[in-house]
Design a protein around this ligand. Structure first.
Ligand code: CA
Length: 232
């Protein structure tokens, strides 16, 4: 699998056997999986942790999958959602896609089928798989060549600034805490001061002429989010 980190999957599934099957299977296939049984827990977790994709069962003990999907999209999160359902009727599939799911899989499913869907969704979202050139807000970022164009000209970024910008572009509108950015950009074993994030964000803003900041928004006491829609 391409990409330096294992994709982090949030599994929302209340049936213990399927939950275990998914968690174990995903681990051996090179993914990390966090499992929860309730829709409410999933929504809560999404605010505190960074995931690359959600596998969401339709029938849950509290909110159903449609509702969870709707709330995720209402928050502006673009994370890919793969819905699991036992119902085979077309109306349900359409309802799932309408609620903001990216794809669905009918239970019982073959694990290879699930993996194929995951790969396709992650590739489409530009998070994993074949590198996808990201273009927004006048910025073109090539994750493979590590080249960045801004307003048609090459932009010189340090490796840290590049990694920060990439994560922002891959997860626009998501609020990142400084700790999450530290983990994701500097690595889990970095024990430095979170203020280092502020310093690099400030350099990035300067290079992107983001003054006063519109593109990279500060959430005081919390962290940052990236808003290409403010520019386009
Ligand atoms: Ca269920």
């Amino acid at each position: 699998m391409k990409g330096h980190k294992r994709p982090n999957i949030l599994v929302v599934e209340d049936e213990p056997l399927i939950q275990e099957f998914l968690k174990t299977g995903l681990f051996y296939e090179g993914y990390d999986a966090t499992t929860v049984t309730k829709g409410g827990q999933a929504l809560e977790l999404l605010f505190h942790q960074l995931f690359d994709l959600i596998i969401l069962d339709l029938i849950l003990p509290d909110l159903d999958g449609f509702e969870v999907c709707r709330r995720i999209r209402e928050k502006g999160l673009t994370i890919p959602i793969l819905m699991l359902t036992v119902k085979k009727d077309v109306a349900d599939r359409i309802a799932g896609l309408d609620a903001g799911a990216d794809d669905y899989l009918v239970k019982p499913f073959v694990f290879d089928e699930l993996l194929a869907r995951l790969r396709a969704l992650l590739r489409r979202s530009g998070r994993y798989g074949d590198p996808v050139v990201l273009k927004m807000a006048g910025i073109t970022l090539n994750p493979d060549s590590r080249e960045v164009l801004f307003e048609g000209k090459a932009l010189q970024l340090t490796p840290t600034e590049f990694n920060l910008l990439k994560i922002f572009m891959q997860h626009s509108r998501r609020v990142f805490t400084r700790e999450t950015l530290l983990n994701r950009v500097w690595g889990y074993h970095y024990f430095g001061n979170a203020n280092i994030v502020d310093v690099h964000v400030s350099h990035l803003r300067e290079k992107l002429k983001d003054k006063p900041p519109r593109l990279i928004r500060t959430h005081y006491g919390l962290g940052y989010s990236f808003h290409p829609e403010e520019i386009e």
